[in-house]
Structure formats: C-alpha cells, structure tokens
Design a protein. Structure first.
Length: 138
C-alpha cells in the first residue's frame, strides 16, 4: 500500500523510458528537498550502513510518521526523497507494514542500484521502521 506521493513517482518512472532519465529524476528529487540544518547532522540522526553520509530526522505528531533527511551524495538524497514519499504521512502503526523492497521493485530500482546503495536503502528503511515502532510503543 503506497502513498499517493509514491504512486506519482511510480507513474513518472513509467513515463521515463531509459535509466539515465530515471536517475536524473531521482537526483532532481534530491535536489528539490530542503537540506537539513547542519545542527541536525549529528550522530543520533546518522544512519549506519550507508556508504555515504545519511541523516534521517523523525517528525512524529499525533501518531503520524514523517521524517526529513539529507545525504552528502545526490543520488542518495533522491532515494531519501523516494522513501519520504513512501512513508511520510502514514500512521505509526502502518509504517512496519510497508514493503519498501516491493515498492522499489515497482520503480525497477532494485536491479539498478549498486549493492552498496541497496544496503544503504535497507539501512534507512530499518531506521524508519525502528523509529516508528519506538514512537508507537511510547
């Protein structure tokens, strides 16, 4: 079950014919994200397991999950934007039920990401799920 924002990304990917265009679109999504303040780029928000530096900052209000993120790599910023589209706005209880791997498969990203990038996405998804679970537990 994907959010409307993620479905829009999937539709755009269907429209883009080749992978160079899709990568450019991912990078453009990353460029369009508001960067995190340097004060938030701290170890508490840093995601381990990513080849590049990645920070995810949760913003949970009234049982709804949201996060902001940033990276020092443009393609990774774009992947963060895709994850934000996939998870932001969901009730905390629904975050764990999102099959991020299957959703990325819809975009064809799984077979087009390097092993390091795939591991990084997996690490970000694990952090998102853990953060939502901890917030739901109170």
């Amino acid at each position: 079950m994907a959010t409307e924002a993620f479905e829009e990304i999937a539709e755009t990917f269907e429209f883009l014919d080749d992978w160079e265009d899709r990568y450019r679109h991912v990078i453009d999504m990353g460029k369009a994200m508001e960067p995190l303040d340097d004060g938030l780029k701290t170890p508490v928000f840093k995601v381990d397991g990513c080849a590049s530096q990645v920070w995810l900052v949760p913003q949970i209000e009234s049982g709804v999950f949201r996060f902001r993120g940033d990276s020092d790599a443009m393609i990774v910023r774009g992947l963060i934007a895709i994850l934000a589209a996939l998870f932001n706005g969901l009730p905390l209880a629904e975050v764990a039920g999102v099959d991020a791997r299957a959703e990325f498969e819809k975009l064809g990203l799984n077979e087009h990401l390097s092993a390091q990038r795939s591991n990084g996405v997996r690490a970000m998804v694990e952090r998102i799920r853990a953060t939502a679970a901890a917030a739901a537990a109170g």
